[in-house]
Every structure is written in structure tokens, then in C-alpha cells.
Design a protein around this ligand. Sequence first.
Ligand SMILES: *Cc1c(COP(=O)(O)O)cnc(C)c1O
Length: 422
Amino acid sequence: MSSDFLRPFIGYRNGQLMVEDVSVNDLARAHGTPLFIYAKAAMLQALATYQRGFAGRDAQICYAMKANSSLAILQTFVRAGCGLDIVSGGELDRALAAGCEPHKIIFSGVGKTRAEMRRALDAGIGCFNVESRAELEVLDEVARSMGQRAPVSVRVNPDVDAKTHPYISTGLKGNKFGIAHQDAVETYLFAASCKGLRVVGIDCHIGSQITEMAPYLDAMDRVLDLVTAIEAAGVPIQHIDFGGGLGIDYQGDTPPAADTLWAALLAKLDARGFGQRKLMIEPGRSLVGNAGVCITEVLYLKPGEQKNFLIVDAAMNDLPRPAMYQAHHGIVPVLPRDGATTTWDVVGPVCESGDWIGRDRELNVAQGDLLAVLSAGAYCMSMASNYNTRGRAAEVLVDGAQAMLIRERESVADQLRLERAL
Ligand SMILES: *Cc1c(COP(=O)(O)O)cnc(C)c1O
């Protein structure tokens, strides 16, 4: 049996697209389209690359669940030993529902509400990654009112260029995230003086879809400089959290493997005398992005004078990344046909010109064919919306030859449930 992999555990066998040992065509016929399909082995393999990188170290991997927060995906990572990085009270509830031990939960994000803080303190989470002085003040107050000391880490902004899309770059001076490098020591002294706070760590997160090592190495140097300065000022730092952000191959991108990246970062930590420090990381995209595909059916062929449009049944509400970031996703046929290809713009049915999924793609397709949108495991389903009263897609998790429906297709009744007619 020949197989031709497009992504780990996703590829062609005997002329049809397979996710692990399951036929994509069969799944689409059984569950309809648009349909997200995930390869469990691909997720665990991506995780294993990190785990290998950290072998023998005191390190905790907290999956950044906003990348894909479906319950069964969370359970997959939690059962494999991951903690979770959350950014809202809703994500906290999902994390607990997935069985994550509270002490392995990190709460990130610039806008935590008092209610979210209270809920997280009640649950006993491991760390609040705080992003401003004002947030420290509020968290201090909330924790004291509950007779608690909130474990905190301050997110510092190392002011390095992650060389990625401006919307997903977060480590530069001009954006809303983190505390400026020059304010870090003062902020830590303030945090250490608060009776409702307990300083446990320091964190940074410089951006997303990073494909080079240099920004990480630069950020690490900047953060370690701060750790030295903060500890010299009398505030001990137990753990260092380097965030997430490692990129994946969308379009021939060549990010370093997680273990290669971490070999370089750990060498720097060792050289600077921080090799024994507890480490945390918050990878999202690199654990799930290439483990998922979104299957869509070709509704209409619409050849034109300037452009040929392929209208499919998935849209920007299912796959928001092209509309939001001009992102590229590979698009391949589920059952490839022999013969000449045509250049198509692959677009959805939503009433927006921004509703495109791929531009200038060479495909040989007919009405009713199925296409697979690749690298759809991260920041697709978790960003899906009901725009145009489109129900969110169904999701299937494949494990070897087994396939399990992990999310039913959303119905209009589901959407109308919270509404009240006049
Ligand atoms: C989004 C986010 C992550 C995960 O980023 P990826 O690029 O998906 O790895 C990690 N930490 C924080 C604070 C984030 O906001």
C-alpha cells in the first residue's frame, strides 16, 4: 500500500485522502460537511517533540487551549500530562470539565474580570499571568477579600520582533500585551508588597506562527536579564514561562522542530546558570494546527472573465484565518481526479468579499467533489461563529482506525435557544 503524506498522519492511500487509517470520504458522507477531522496521533506526536526537548528538566507544558478548545481535544492533552493555558472564565470551566488538575492551569490575558479572578482562585489554579499594574491591584484586592494569596507571574514585554503577521505579533513595544521591560523590576517590587499576591514566576509570549529561532533566543536573553535584576532587588522567581508561538508548516514554512528549538534555548539557560529553574511553556498552534483538516463540498463552479470561483460549503465563519490574517491554508481534493487543473479562487457562501478560503489554487474538480482544507486544527473551530446564521461544523477525532464524533453539527434550534421573539 502506497501512502503519500501531506501532513503527519494525513495523506493519500490508494487514491483517497486518509486521516490516520480512516477514509475522509467515508467520514464526510456519514457526518456531512463542513466537517473538521483531527488525527489524535498527530497531536500526540507534536506533544512528544516538546516532551523530548524537555527530557530530564523540571518543565510543565500548558496547552494554550484557545487554539482549539473542544473538550475531547483538551482531554487528549490533559491525559497526556499537559496543563492548560486559559484566557477566560469560560476556558476555565472547559479546562475543569476536561479534567485538568487546577494547579496545572495558567490564566493569561489582558482583561480578566473580578468574577473570573474569583472563580479561578476558588478553583485553585497554578498561576495568574498578569499583564498590567492595574490588574495586579485588582487581583490583590479580590484575593484579600477571599482570604487568599493569588499566585502571580508578570508578563513582560521583551520588545523583540517575532517577524510574524502584525496581528499575531505580541512582543513589541507598540502592542497591548505585557509590561514594558524597563518597568518590570518596579512592577515586581509592587507585586511582592501586596498581601493578596504571591510572586511565583515570570512570563513572556512574543507572538504566534514564529518560524525562526532568533526571536526566542533574543527574548530569552531579555527575560533572563530581568530575572537577574528582579532577584537582585529581592524578589525570588520560581518559574520562567516562555509562552507559546512556535509556527507550523502552512505553505512550505520551515519552523524549527520543538526539540531543536528547546535544545538551543536550554543551552542558553544552562550557559547563563538558569538550567535548574522550573520552566513552563504555553504552545497552542504547534500542538494542534497540522493535526486537523476541514472537509468541504464544492457547491458550484463559477468560471469568470477575470477569476474562476469555486464556491464551497465552508466559509469564513468556519475558517476565519484567511479573512482575518490573509492566511494561507493548503486545499487538496479528497478523491483526486486525473486530468488538467484550472486556477480557482476557493470561496464560501457568506455575503462578504472577505469570505475566501484560498486564492489562485490549481485544482481539477467537479460540482459535488470534496476538498480538504489543511492545517485547520488551530484557530479555526475555536474562532468559528454563527455569521449568516450558519451552524458551527461537526468535529471528528480519529485514533488509528477508529473515528469518534466529538462535536455534533450545530442546529438552528441551538442558535435560537437564547433568543426571545417579540
Ligand atoms: C495565544 C497564546 C499562546 C499560544 O500561542 P500559539 O501561537 O498558538 O502557540 C500562548 N500564550 C499566550 C499568552 C497566548 O495568548
